[in-house]
Design a protein around this ligand. Structure first.
Ligand SMILES: CC(C)(COP(=O)(O)OP(=O)(O)OC[C@H]1O[C@@H](n2cnc3c(N)ncnc32)[C@H](O)[C@@H]1OP(=O)(O)O)[C@@H](O)C(=O)NCCC(=O)NCCS
Length: 324
């Protein structure tokens, strides 16, 4: 018989088997090393500060975890951070994924002060969780996970330092502050579908949190400053575009952010930034680079496909807002 228990009753080592199985799945589905995230989860579980649930079989004096899920709170928002159930407990009489998801949604929606819930579970195909989220009033947004093979052969030649494009200077990331980057994000995503999915994009404080997470937490990989670039106006010195990259495996990169000020869009800057980053990744002899994009964001999707990215899989982003 399986029970749903509070994650804070567990020790990190009790989840070792699940975290290993999950790492293997992320490797297979997303070409992504989940180990740094798994290590952080273990630490948070040991500190008993991660809210969430474990689906566990109890009997003969022992408790065997079959799956787990956790969420985090950020001001008035709850974020479902993860959900994983061992493959053999997914679709039988006990659908472990739905059991845990229902429990997390029930807790978050019943928590006073939680006005919004976001979830982006990249390892789940849309049809897997879509009905459950929809039944609780979540909106869904299709997201596409793409990958580009970098060839792995000869390193690319081409620009390494500062270059120019029209009246802009393209240079390595080192020269920008979080504040400038946050202001750029806030402007680039105004009225954009991605700021309906991620409310951090809607204001300066949220965009600063986004930058902080990118630079310091492994959720999107380990930040790679050497493959991240900015574009500055030569006249005004202002930040007008940027591309941020991370490492998700020793030989695989991930583009965590690319954006250009609205008044600068459509003049080749996005493509130039992407090519600078790809050049740097090729010079580092990486095997591949991945990114995610909202399906509705047709311009960005067209840009990535034109550069050679191919679709690897799809997942949905889910958003719930409390109504009065
Ligand atoms: C996506 C973004 C970074 C692209 O930068 P950009 O400077 O506008 O793009 P470019 O001018 O370099 O255009 C690149 C290519 O995309 C194509 N493109 C741009 N907008 C397009 C659109 N709306 N529809 C179809 N194609 C489009 C261009 O034709 C160009 O193709 P080409 O190089 O073969 O001529 C920029 O539009 C942006 O910041 N958008 C808001 C934030 C965002 O969506 N970021 C991506 C999140 S995944």
């Amino acid at each position: 018989m399986a029970d749903v228990l509070d994650l804070r009753q567990f020790r990190g080592t009790q989840l070792d088997g699940l975290l290993q199985a999950e790492s293997a799945e992320w490797d297979r589905l997303l070409d992504w090393d989940y180990q740094p995230s798994a290590d952080l989860i273990r630490q948070y579980v040991d500190a008993r500060i991660l809210p969430g649930y474990v689906l566990a079989e109890r009997g003969f004096g022992r408790t065997a975890p079959l799956g787990y899920g956790f969420f985090v709170h950020e001001a008035r928002k709850g974020m479902i951070g993860n959900l994983f159930v061992a493959p053999e407990h997914r679709n039988g009489t006990l659908d472990g994924e739905h059991v845990l998801l229902e429990q997390m949604i029930a807790t978050l929606t019943a928590t006073p002060g939680v006005e919004r819930i976001e979830a982006q579970l990249m390892a789940f195909a849309p049809q897997k969780l879509g009905e459950c989220f929809a039944a609780h009033g979540f909106a869904s947004f299709r997201r596409v996970f793409l990958e580009l093979g970098l060839g792995g052969g000869e390193p690319a030649n081409g620009a390494e330092g500062t270059t120019h494009l029209q009246d802009m200077r393209l240079e390595p990331w080192g020269g920008a502050s979080y504040e400038e980057a946050a202001r750029l994000i806030q402007h680039a995503y105004r009225e954009h579908v991605d700021s309906r999915i991620n409310d951090q994009y809607r204001n300066f404080a949220g965009a600063i949190r986004f930058m902080h997470n990118i630079a310091h937490y492994p959720g999107c990989g380990q930040f790679d400053a050497s493959a991240s670039f900015i574009a500055r106006s030569l006249r005004r010195g202002a930040l007008e575009g940027m591309i941020l990259a991370s490492r998700v495996k020793p030989d695989v990169a991930h583009i965590t952010q690319i954006c250009v000020l609205p008044e600068r869009q459509g003049h080749g800057l996005g493509r130039a930034l992407l090519e600078r980053a790809l050049g740097s990744l090729r010079r580092q002899r990486l095997r591949a680079v991945t990114l995610t994009v909202t399906g509705e964001n047709a311009g960005a999707l067209a840009l990535y496909r034109r550069v050679g990215f191919v679709d690897l899989n799809e997942f949905d982003a889910y958003v719930w807002e409390r109504t009065a």
